[in-house]
Design a protein around this ligand. Structure first.
Ligand code: S3P
Length: 377
């Protein structure tokens, strides 16, 4: 194992861009594959998780290549053009890949099996089996609720209304992707709004997905049209630099061209509420997604209470947020965040264990944590 020596405290100064958004990258590749015609993607995050999705689609006959002038080109095969991969599809460590692909595979005329690495093989999949079965899919998991996911072809899926018990963009997206193959309209309602990249991107591929009140509605059987997608920088990667510049004295950081979709910006909203000095400027839209540039300077933070309604839009940023909370004046309490326990790791346990090693006063609760901040700014 490598060891690193970090001499703190330092200063973060300069202007940076972060790599492409992971959630948007998965969706761009999937929709490009099942659309008709060519899709061009700029800024795709070519990380192991996204490459698991790319590999699965290639195994089902989709051509996905680097374009000679940069970017990725996908020759879409249409909704019904995927081919039987003839072997299990390995989603590696990626819950997004497994759950979104389950949605697509539920509508195919061939059987499929989705497997993953040791960590993914311990993550809950019944949450995706239930909505897809409600649409008529023949889908099952182990009786533990864990992968592999087995899907068998059915004659047809049929549109239904589904109320999600857990706030999960992956589950919502799996349902909406399967809904593309279902007869009639399928509608889904979530307990709290989660990231809406699938809905936005479906519109970009020509699908007239709509929202009435809390219900998101998709009509099946309509082909998507290949599109040009520009993937913005990933707010989840930017969050590490944002927190760094907020807590390190004399920092001055500009982060350019990253996604500021309000279903993802929980960490920025919370830091602002704690007194952070962050400005979002040059707000614009690219491929249906809001993007902007961020200006961050240090500030003295104050502890706050964060409840369940802020959890979905902050879900991947809580680990680094804990560091900010540890540097704030007073107590920060997070509740309603039990979903953090079923990620790649139990994020509550991991954060509490590691911060305790740095003498941070942090306590685990069943659905979150309590940090007693000690400002050093
Ligand atoms: C994601 C949704 C979130 C998030 C994950 C990516 C997505 O998961 O934690 O990193 O791309 O839809 P859940 O849907 O399980 O909350």
């Amino acid at each position: 194992m490598n060891s690193f020596i970090i001499n703190g405290p330092g200063v973060l100064r300069g202007s940076i861009s972060v790599p492409g958004d992971k959630s948007i990258s998965h969706r761009a590749v999937i929709l490009g594959a099942i659309a008709q015609g060519r899709t061009m993607i700029k800024g795709l995050l070519e990380s192991a998780d996204v490459l698991a999705t790319v590999d699965a689609l290639r195994r089902m006959g989709v051509r996905i290549d680097h374009h000679k002038e940069g970017g990725i080109v996908i020759e879409g095969v249409g909704l019904y053009g995927l081919k039987d991969p003839g072997q299990p599809l390995n989603m590696g460590n990626s819950g997004t890949a497994m759950r979104l692909m389950a949605g697509v595979l539920a509508g195919q005329s061939f059987p499929s099996t989705l497997v993953g690495d040791d960590s993914l093989s311990q993550r809950p999949m019944s949450r995706v089996v239930e909505p897809l079965a409600a649409l008529g899919a023949d889908i099952s998991v182990q009786n533990t609720g864990y992968p592999p996911i087995q899907i068998k072809p059915v004659k047809r899926l049929k549109g239904v209304d589904y109320v999600m018990p857990v706030a999960s963009a992956q589950v919502k997206s799996a349902f909406l992707l399967a809904a593309l193959y279902a007869d009639g309209a399928s509608r889904v309602k979530e307990p709290e709004q989660t990231r809406d990249h699938t809905e936005r991107m479906l519109r970009g591929f020509g699908h007239s997905i709509s929202q009435q009140g809390d219900w998101i509605s998709a009509i099946g059987g309509k082909e998507l049209a290949g599109a040009k997608v520009v993937v913005p920088g990933d707010l989840s990667s930017a969050a590490f630099f944002i927190v760094g510049a907020v807590i390190a004295v004399e920092s001055e950081l500009i982060l350019k061209n990253f996604g500021v979709n309000s279903t993802r910006t929980g960490v920025i909203e919370i830091l602002l509420e704690m007194g952070a000095n962050i400005q979002i400027e040059n707000r614009r839209e690219e491929s249906g997604e809001p993007i902007g540039d961020l200006f961050v300077r240090p500030a003295q933070l104050r502890g706050i209470s964060i409840g369940h309604s802020q959890v979905p839009k902050t879900i991947d940023e809580f680990p680094i947020f804990c560091v900010a909370a540890a540097m704030a004046e007073g107590k920060t309490t997070v509740t309603g965040a039990e979903e953090l326990r079923v990620k790649e790791t139990d994020r509550i346990k991991a954060m509490v264990t590691e911060l305790k090693k740095l003498n941070v006063e942090i306590e685990e609760t069943p659905d979150g944590f309590v940090v007693q901040g000690k400002s050093t700014i």
